[in-house]
Design a protein. Structure first.
Length: 338
């Protein structure tokens, strides 16, 4: 009896659920609140494969793709998000540091936007909690897009296509929060599954060549994995740059404010030169390296890391193997054109 009632109740809930789903889709506006960063299910593995696809709202992804490539998001219509996060350059710009409106150069390297959905915070110093929150930064940054929402919205509201698209999604039409929401959803579509290493993690013993396998061994045994871990091989913790060495003395040149890292956010002494550990996904495609873009090659980046983070001087063969392992992090690239 109870079983039957349970079944009936279950059936009713399902029917109601379906009715709600059918009723709501596709006319309801996306939720007003920003979704939290994505975390894969807990795992006892230090690194987990990138999932094949995420459950995204295709309407937002399409709108976000347009906005991401739209130069009207900058003061003089010369710079789009894609200018510094080029999908054909693995989501970066291949420059040491970023170039914004009027050719102004920043002091930080443009990180890739690929797989940024999996990072616990955004920016080198982690000052943005979500991709939505992050998207506001470059618009206002005087050496990036150098504009403000009032200006951007005035331009976009003059575009009948955008007016129609936003109004179809949200009753209040074009708003900064909706722009941020759409761009962030598009960024969530920029994931790169199926790297050789992910195939290896999924059980394909032949996915890694011998040198990359040796590199994976070193990556764990030397301790790289203590910081570069999780689904993004990074992006889930902060660490000091130069635990075992003095990176900045080695680099030379004047110390920039941006070299202070997370100290700029918290003002705490222990956060001096602390950075979000960057992802190593597709890292062979995103030279130059480090927050200051000062390291040109992956060979050198691996050496600098081993010395400054672990106090280890790598033998030639070890560096070779680690680089082979990092090359095996190249995943399937997202669609460039819609
Ligand atoms: C002028 C070049 C430039 C433009 C334009 C630009 N960015 Fe960036 N982006 C950067 C730089 C440099 C950083 C690192 C800044 C920092 O950490 O303080 C960054 C960081 C990010 C990050 C964080 C990635 C991570 O791993 O921490 C995301 C996401 C991102 N940008 C998305 C965007 C979006 C969306 C736009 C357009 C609204 C945009 N960017 C416009 C240069 C640019
Ligand atoms: C104590 C934590 C820690 C350890 C251990 C560590 N890293 Fe890093 N790694 C970082 C941080 C933090 C950065 C970013 C530094 C910066 O740009 O200022 C980084 C950056 C990198 C970069 C450059 C990424 C980019 O996109 O610019 C590479 C490559 C790298 N690490 C590889 C390794 C390898 C290989 C090992 C082991 C030999 C290793 N790391 C060990 C914390 C660590």
């Amino acid at each position: 009896m109870i079983g039957t009632r349970g079944l009936l109740l279950g059936g009713l809930v399902t029917v109601l659920g379906l009715a709600v789903a059918i009723h709501v889709w596709p006319t309801a506006p996306p939720p007003a609140t920003f979704p939290p960063p994505l975390f894969p299910p807990a795992s006892d593995q230090p690194i987990t494969p990138i999932p094949g696809a995420l459950d995204l709202d295709p309407r937002l992804v399409a709108l976000g793709r347009r906005l991401f490539h739209d130069k009207r998001l900058s003061r003089d219509d010369t710079v789009a998000c894609a200018s510094c996060h080029d999908l054909e350059l693995a989501g970066g710009d291949a420059r040491e540091t970023a170039m914004g409106v009027d050719g102004q150069m920043g002091t930080l390297n443009s990180p890739t936007v690929f797989n940024s959905a999996f990072s616990f915070r955004q920016f080198w110093d982690g000052r943005a909690a979500t991709l939505e929150e992050q998207a506001e930064g470059p618009v206002h940054n005087p050496i990036e897009m150098a504009t403000d929402w009032a200006q951007v919205m005035a331009k976009l509201r003059g575009d009948a296509g955008y007016v129609a698209e936003f109004s179809a999604l949200w009753p209040d039409g074009i708003q900064p929060a909706h722009i941020q929401r759409a761009i962030a959803e598009f960024e969530r579509s920029l994931i790169t599954p199926d790297s050789p290493f992910d195939r290896y993690l999924r059980g394909d013993a032949n996915a890694l060549a011998a040198d990359a396998l040796r590199g994976w061994d070193l990556f764990r045994n030397l301790g790289c994995v203590a910081c570069h871990q999780g689904v993004n091989m990074g992006g889930n913790m902060y660490a000091t740059l130069g635990v075992m060495g003095n990176y900045f003395a080695e680099r030379g040149g004047a110390l920039q404010k941006s070299d202070l890292g997370r100290f700029n956010v918290t003002g705490r002494e222990e956060d001096r030169h602390v950075f979000k550990v960057p992802t190593l996904r597709n890292v062979a495609r995103t030279a130059p390296y480090f927050h200051d873009g000062s390291i040109a090659t992956l060979d050198k980046a691996v050496d600098v890391m081993a010395r400054n983070q672990l106090g280890v001087r790598l033998a030639e063969e070890e560096r070779w193997a680690l680089v082979a392992f990092l090359r095996a992090q190249n995943g399937r690239l997202p669609l460039i054109a819609p």
